[in-house]
Structure formats: C-alpha cells, structure tokens
Ligand binder design. Structure first.
Ligand code: SF4
Length: 238
C-alpha cells in the first residue's frame, strides 16, 4: 500500500502548514541563485549571491568580468571555481541568443517551451530549470532535489529505483497544473526530508505518513530475526 499524492500533500500540510506561493526573484536572478545553491546551504547561497551583486551590480558586468573576479566574489558559497565559469557561460549564451540579459518574458511562454529553452543552456538541468519555473515564473514545475527524490521513493509515489530526473515528470503528472499545490508540496516534502524522513535514521515512529509508507511497512513485514520491527530503519539505498 503506497501513499497517494493526495494523502502525502494533505498530511504534510496538516503537519507543516500550507506555504503560499510568492515570487522569489526575477527569472535570471533565480537562475543564477539556483546555480549558486548547488551543493551548499541556503545561507551560503544567499551570501554568495549578495556578494556577487555587490561586486557586479549588473549581469552584463558579471558576463564581461574576469573569471577570477567572479570566482572571488562567490567563493563564500563553495565550489566557486566551478560555479563562476558556469554562471558566465549561461549569461553569455543568453546574451548571444537574446541580445539582452533578462528572461522576464518567459512568464508568457508555455511551461514546456520555457523548460526546453532553459535546458538548452549548458549546465542547466531539470532541477535548476524547475526552480526558475516554479519560484520565479509561477509555473507548476517540480524541482526534484535530494529530499523530494528520497521521500517520493520511500512512500511509493515513484518506484524505488527511479532516478531524480525520471521522477520529475511522474510527480508533475500526479500533482497536476495547480501551481500553489506544487509549491506547497515541494516545500513541505523538503521540510519532511530535513526533519523526519532524513536520509539516515528517519523518525518513522512520529511520521504522519507511516501507515501508508512502502518503505516503513516493508520493514514491519520482514523484521530481521531477533529485532523489534518498530525499530527498523528504511535505508536510502533500496
Ligand atoms: Fe520516511 Fe519513515 Fe515516514 Fe516513510 S514512515 S515517509 S520512511 S519517515
């Protein structure tokens, strides 16, 4: 018995609340911020972004800057040597394609068209594209980060071996076209993955999904000999 997406969404909203959609940043800002957020904390991302904007007030200045200066400006966010050139390459590609550095008109394009255009940028994958679409453009796209991926597999929304990339269209189909629903689901699943359904030692005993979670129910059906089944922990690498 798997949890349906309706049950997951309802119970997580009862537990964590219902986050209301708000526009986080203009699309190009969101794109750069998402690149900066890779493999680092929200705090480091915000600090690196603020430092970049202080050093270079316009995206054109970032695009034309010496690579070493961009790397120095974002160093606090980690992996600056990788992220700096990636940001400049994205800005270059947008400038050469559009003759300007903004993506504001993407709000008027269909979701599939926006995704195609964003994925065409070197270094932009499905998760980054979905962040821009959901947080900035208000499109019902679902970024599948490590928490969304782990929780979705454990509760049975997607098969256990599904990759994050393959999980995205499955979950988007299940969630439908309601931006507010997708937004609340995304933030609540992340909250759940951070606080209860952690990668190691998930707190299944106090989880609001434990009566329908595939991973937890499997541990109850096949307890290791001599062990209390309620102490069993589903592993992340099933
Ligand atoms: Fe995660 Fe355990 Fe809850 Fe399942 S029951 S969603 S494995 S915390």
């Amino acid at each position: 018995m798997s949890c349906s997406i309706e049950i997951v969404a309802e119970r997580l909203e009862a537990h964590y609340g219902t986050p209301r959609w708000r526009r986080h940043a203009p699309p190009l800002d969101e794109l750069v911020m998402t690149i900066l957020s890779q493999h680092t904390s929200d705090g480091n991302t915000a600090a690196a972004f603020a430092s970049l904007r202080r050093r270079f007030p316009t995206w054109e200045q970032v695009r034309r800057a010496a690579s070493s200066d961009v790397v120095a400006a974002i160093r606090g966010g980690g992996l600056g040597n990788r992220k700096g050139p990636r940001i400049q390459a994205v800005l270059d590609a947008i400038w050469h394609d559009r003759g300007r550095l903004d993506l504001d008109d993407y709000v008027d394009l269909p979701q599939s068209e926006v995704r195609t255009r964003l994925l065409a940028l070197s270094g932009v994958g499905p998760k980054t594209a979905a962040c821009v679409q959901l947080f900035s453009l208000g499109q019902p796209a679902l970024p599948v980060d490590t928490h969304v991926h782990r929780v979705s597999r454990r509760v049975g929304l997607v098969p256990p071996a599904t990759s994050a990339q393959a999980a995205q269209p499955i979950l988007e189909r299940l969630l439908g076209a309601d931006r507010d629903r997708v937004y609340a689901f995304h933030l609540n699943v992340i909250a759940h993955g951070r606080s209860i359904c952690r990668a190691r030692s998930p707190a299944c005993g106090r989880c609001p999904l434990n009566d329908c979670c595939d991973a937890y129910l499997a541990t109850l059906q096949t307890p290791p000999a001599g062990e209390d089944p309620h102490s069993s922990r589903p592993s992340d690498g099933r």
